[in-house]
Design a protein around this ligand. Structure first.
Ligand SMILES: [Ca+2]
Length: 269
């Protein structure tokens, strides 16, 4: 096995889920220094761009080890498995991803969080084709003619880091995309493949990205979008993965969103 699940920190998984669910319902923190809706670079050098039709800026890249290290140094009890030298990305659970966003929010006085499933759909270009009120469960794999790189098939060369011949060479029994080579067996450094029209890199492939939402009303599972280096599909833009919030696999990562200032509410940054 080249990936490994691990239990949520703090012991019993079920108990932890209950505790986390309580936290999940917290109201948003007040945005004291929300940036305007224009490209923005934060204190860690993370770059954000607007996602038209939403009230967020979205990081153009998945969260990098260098970004995460800053919070890990200052946070007690962080599980060190995110720093595995075998992977370029930051494999974390959604609990840990949210903790990073909370840390960054406290550090900068801005409202950082994971994108919602809806915001992720808008970012990838299918927002106008989905019911904005529907749960991810009912949107999963419903649009079958759109991928993060567009609509062409088969997957064009250089589209992203998916399960390719490099992974096949490492794991001969692993299912991979036929005749596709991106050169990375596992995670790649961010921004090695072309961005989409909004300037967002690696929405498809590399790390599957946690979103805020529960997969359905039961909320036992959270949503991940975009597929990963482990996917041979590769998945449609409408594809959703789901897993427990405390689950961590080495193809799970995240991308940060920051809430923007309301129009006319100019704030410093
Ligand atoms: Ca690959």
């Amino acid at each position: 096995m080249i990936w490994a699940g691990r239990e949520a920190p703090g012991g019993d998984r079920t108990g932890f889920l209950v505790e986390w669910d309580d936290h999940f319902g917290d109201p948003p923190r007040p945005a004291t220094k929300a940036p305007p809706a224009e490209p923005f670079t934060n204190s860690l050098g993370m770059n954000f761009v607007p996602v038209p039709g939403t009230q967020i800026l979205l990081s153009i890249h998945e969260t990098r080890k260098g970004d995460y290290a800053a919070s890990a140094r200052e946070t007690e009890g962080v599980d060190g498995s995110w720093s595995s030298p075998n992977y370029q990305g930051v494999p974390v659970s959604t609990v840990e991803a949210r903790a990073f966003c909370d840390w960054l929010s406290r550090k900068e006085g801005r409202n950082y969080r994971l994108p919602t499933d809806r915001e992720w759909s808008v970012a990838v270009g299918i927002g106008d084709r989905e019911d904005a009120e529907a749960m991810p469960e009912f949107l999963h794999a419903q649009i079958t003619d759109h991928w993060p790189w567009g609509t062409s098939q088969p997957v064009p060369a250089g589209a992203g880091n998916y399960a390719d011949s490099a992974l096949k060479a490492k794991l001969p029994l692993q299912a991979t995309i036929k005749d596709y080579t991106d050169g990375f067996a596992v995670t790649a450094p961010v921004m090695r493949f072309p961005p989409n029209s909004l300037g967002l890199f690696d929405l498809g492939g590399n790390m599957a990205e946690w979103c805020e939402d529960g997969f359905n009303k039961e909320r036992r599972h959270r949503v991940l979008r975009g597929g990963s280096w482990f996917d041979q599909g590769p998945p449609y833009s409408s594809w959703r993965l789901r897993d427990f919030p405390g689950s961590c696999r080495f193809y799970f990562g995240f991308r940060c969103a920051v809430e923007v200032a309301a129009p006319g509410n100019g704030t410093s940054h």
